[in-house]
Design a protein around this ligand. Structure first.
Ligand SMILES: [Fe+2]
Length: 190
């Protein structure tokens, strides 16, 4: 079969301007087209990546966390250094992570957008999709704990600044040396 590539995500929203501003700040989208009830934005060469429909009749879902639907979409940096730099840029802009996880295959920082959709910013632990995919498929460590290990991003940021050796730092994260207190909720029931 001919397999299509993933192209964009479209949100229903009652906060069109706020959502556009948030995605501008977090992932650097530009608005390609906007009217009163919709916007199409992108942060790369595609015509749109994140779009919004803001027609009348929409409302928040107070039970979003326990209802079916999308949990998050994710964006990947080329390096852990880029992920850390972006974490620092965002916290200086007042945007703090909701939770942060070492998944083994990626280091992932999750943010909550103005309507409670999570956006994951990640870097590949192997800097190689083939290798991280192989690790995911075959590693007993992933099978035993596919969610991964929580970490305190501020402490990890400081540690990486002091010694930018990702392999050593990741071992330490996975050993639980940077666990946050308390362990945050990850946007799921329970
Ligand atoms: Fe993810």
């Amino acid at each position: 079969m001919i397999k299509p590539a993933l192209h964009h995500v479209t949100f229903k929203t009652t906060r069109l301007s706020e959502m556009i501003e948030w995605y501008k700040l977090v992932i650097g989208v530009d608005v390609m087209f906007q009217n009163d009830v919709a916007a199409w934005t992108t942060n790369d060469a595609a015509n749109h990546r994140i779009a919004f429909l803001a027609v009348p009749g929409l409302s928040d879902d107070p039970q979003k966390i326990s209802h079916n639907g999308m949990h998050h979409c994710a964006f990947e940096y080329e390096s852990f250094a880029d992920l850390m730099e972006s974490y620092d840029r965002l916290r200086k802009a007042g945007v703090e992570p909701a939770f942060t996880l070492d998944h083994g295959l990626t280091i992932s920082i999750y943010y909550r957008d103005p309507e409670g959709n999570y956006v994951e910013l990640q870097s590949d632990c192997f800097s190689d999709w083939k290798k991280s995919g192989e690790w995911m498929r075959t590693s007993p460590a992933f099978a035993a704990n596919p969610i991964g290990v929580f970490f305190d991003p501020a402490r990890v940021y400081d540690a990486f600044k002091a010694n930018p050796d990702f392999a050593t730092l990741q071992k330490s994260i996975r050993a639980g040396d940077y666990l946050p207190t308390p362990i945050p909720n990850i946007g799921l029931p329970g």
